[in-house]
Design a protein around this ligand. Structure first.
Ligand code: SF4
Length: 203
């Protein structure tokens, strides 16, 4: 696993848990508002954090930390993601995955080994999707990932990063139409100061 960053303790990345965060290197999207270019563009990659360091740290913090978050970049691009998730969970940690939802086949493999998943919905389905994620793609894979997540019974949230330069405000409402009434939906405002606006569609 190529680890581009490692946060040893976070209170904000895993709802209700103190968690370490593993940021993987590489992403198949090119969202124009991305705040982690060092995890997306190979020319900005830094020397990866050795997995052995992360493994040793997690072994020492058992009972102190509650969870581990895999974020990115896009973690599902890492060939050994399923294996690493299983290893980390064997230490007793709850595991959360952050994903852009573009790899439903990998999701199908890892979902049984997760405790929480947060998936981006970048835009309303249709032409807008490629515009916002910056690459030519078919949103069929995104819809497949949503169906898989809903079928697991796992705790999950869908989320959208909103930047007015790249998404007309009315598209926010179009996205909500893709979601169930009681699903957790988080809108992140992509400003210099990112603010998290957790809201239920119900509320
Ligand atoms: S999916 Fe996330 S990491 Fe990848 S380019 Fe978009 S915002 Fe950046």
């Amino acid at each position: 696993m190529k680890i581009g960053g490692f946060v040893r303790s976070s209170l904000v990345d895993y709802p209700g848990k103190v968690a370490a965060v593993i940021f993987t290197q590489g992403c198949n999207f090119r969202c124009p508002y991305c705040h982690n270019p060092q995890l997306v563009y190979p020319e900005f990659f830094t020397e990866p954090v050795p997995f052995e360091y992360v493994w040793e740290f997690l072994g020492e913090r058992r009972g102190l930390l509650e969870g581990v978050v895999f974020s990115g970049g896009e973690p599902t691009l890492q060939d050994d993601l399923p294996e690493v998730i299983r290893k980390v969970r064997s230490l007793g940690y709850a595991v959360k995955l952050d994903t852009n939802g573009s790899n439903p086949d990998v999701l199908a493999e890892v979902l049984p080994h997760l405790d929480y998943i947060a998936m981006d919905i970048k835009a309303p389905f249709g032409d807008a999707y490629a515009r916002v994620c910056g690459v030519t793609m078919d949103d069929y894979e995104i819809r497949r990932s949503m169906l898989l997540i809903r079928a697991t019974g796992l705790s999950y949230a869908f989320r959208t990063t909103f930047h007015s330069e790249f998404m007309p405000i009315e598209e926010k409402d179009k996205i909500k139409k893709h979601l169930g009434r009681h699903e957790i939906y988080v809108i992140q405002e992509a400003n210099e100061k990112i603010s998290n606006n957790a809201q239920s569609l119900n509320g």
